[in-house]
Design a protein. Structure first.
Length: 175
């Protein structure tokens, strides 16, 4: 069985400059290590908050590395340098606004500033791209909320069959 490739893209000026460790990207990898039963391989990249670099990384992960799923972290707030959603929207063929809606709804249970978050998701060729926030605890909360729909979404776009440990993450596929 081929390994499923999952892109993990951290968009952070400070992490890219090694000013601090990229805990957010590591949290995403840890989540997939816990829930996936398939063999998988992370394609892990840390880049600055630059729209052209984000677009380039997303297209490379999809086209060159053949990532079925690409998960970004960072750059989803209202600050001037936060451009991850714009880069994602530029790349995607179809947007899936329900992902961002659900992530904001879940995050609002923890912080009132979740309404400032601009996470989104979409399809580029045969890759699902999901923008997550940059805070590690918010990453876990958001992934736990949206992940149950991800394996079925991959099925629908012709991606690999993603199998999960049902004791850790129940996914939804219609019967």
């Amino acid at each position: 069985m081929d390994k499923i490739k999952i892109g993990v893209l951290t968009c952070s000026d400070r992490a890219a400059a090694n000013i601090y460790e990229d805990i957010s990207g590591q949290e995403i990898i840890k989540f997939f290590e816990e829930v996936l039963q398939n063999p998988w391989e992370p394609i892990y990249v840390v880049i600055p908050d630059e729209k052209l670099e984000i677009v380039s990384a997303l297209t490379s992960m999809a086209e060159v590395h053949q990532c079925a799923l690409i998960v970004t972290t960072g750059g989803t707030g209202p600050a001037t340098r936060d451009v991850t959603p714009e880069a994602t929207e530029e790349v995607c063929d179809k947007l899936l606004p329900g992902f961002g809606e659900l992530m904001r709804q879940v995050s609002l249970q923890y912080v009132p500033t979740a309404i400032l978050s601009r996470q989104t998701a979409g399809i580029y060729k045969q890759s699902l791209i999901v923008n997550l926030p940059g805070k590690p605890s918010a990453i876990r909360q958001c992934l736990e909320a949206v992940f149950p729909a991800i394996p079925y979404c991959l099925d629908l776009i012709g991606g690999p069959y993603m199998d999960c440990d049902e004791n850790k993450m129940k996914v939804f596929r219609p019967k």
